[in-house]
Ligand binder design. Structure first.
Ligand SMILES: Nc1ncnc2c1ncn2[C@@H]1O[C@H](COP(=O)(O)OP(=O)(O)OP(=O)(O)O)[C@@H](O)[C@H]1O
Length: 256
């Protein structure tokens, strides 16, 4: 569903790459956590999938197409296959809950009767039935994130990208958001979530891809936020223990 082949991203000539020869494949229906310190390249990864940025070198495949060279006019078609959720919700403040979700359908030209049917369905799914007439400021943070998730999935994307979706929420509310994302994933949507939330990653036990300075240093099925030391190999490798998140290998300067 998503494939990176030796992908590098250099924002400014001569700067350290934000992503450095990343090769990674995410299969249809997977749930993947992207973890790593601030500045390690998580958001850059998500922006490349959305073609908000182009790779400096390497190839990015999303939903069956190579998108590095995709014509600009085909980018909206690509983005229709991808829902996105952010830490700060990004709702339209002067529109109601219903209108925020409906807007995502209007911009792609869905007919009014379809919108009238599907928006209530998705609001039901995110447990906001009955709150369609509220404005965003009349909702809690968790409810606002549910609206954002409803908006992201209403057009049934095959991929859902989430950039720190629980970053502004308390632990109990975050757990509810994670149950919802898990449910969406279980219906076949591929989910990639960038996060700093150790508790959530450790609870969910999904695939964990860890970035350090733009490089993938760990890719583990049913992983934890930090690499767990292997009791059978005490001190055998340098990359064990709770310090592994912040202390990965230093990237060599490289202009790709
Ligand atoms: N538009 C940009 N122009 C120049 N450099 C950028 C730009 N966006 C990101 N970077 C740099 O690329 C590197 C990776 O940033 P990125 O935002 O991908 O990290 P991140 O892991 O998502 O961090 P955070 O957890 O803080 O969101 C950082 O060194 C950052 O300063």
């Amino acid at each position: 569903m998503i494939r990176f082949d030796k992908v590098s991203k250099v924002y400014k000539r001569g700067a350290r790459p934000a992503l450095d020869r990343v090769s990674l494949e995410v299969e249809r229906g997977e749930f993947v956590f992207l973890v790593g310190a601030s500045g390690s390249g998580k958001s850059t990864f998500l922006r490349l999938v959305l073609r908000e940025e182009r790779a400096t070198s390497g190839r990015v495949h999303v939903a069956g197409r190579e998108i590095t060279t995709l014509s600009q006019w085909k980018v909206p078609g690509l983005r229709r296959q991808i829902g996105v959720v952010f830490q700060d919700f990004r709702l339209l403040q002067n529109k109601t809950v219903f209108e925020n979700v409906a807007f995502a359908q209007q911009v792609i030209g869905r007919p009014r009767h379809t919108i009238a049917r599907e928006v209530p369905e998705v609001l039901e799914l995110v447990k906001l039935a009955g709150k369609g007439k509220r404005l965003p400021h009349e909702l809690s943070g968790g409810e606002q994130q549910r609206v954002a998730i409803a908006r992201a999935i209403v057009n049934r994307p095959s991929i859902l990208l989430a950039d720190e979706p629980t970053g502004n929420l308390d632990p109990a509310t975050s757990a509810g958001i994670m149950r919802l994302l898990d449910r969406i994933n279980s219906t076949g949507t591929t989910v990639v979530m960038a996060t700093h939330d150790e508790v959530i990653v450790d609870q969910m036990r999904k695939r964990v891809v860890q970035l350090v300075d733009g490089e993938v240093v760990r890719d583990e099925a049913e992983g934890r936020y930090v690499l767990q030391p292997d009791p059978a190999a005490t001190g055998a490798t340098g990359a064990t223990g709770s310090g592994a998140t912040e202390n990965g290998p230093t990237t060599q300067e490289r202009t790709a």
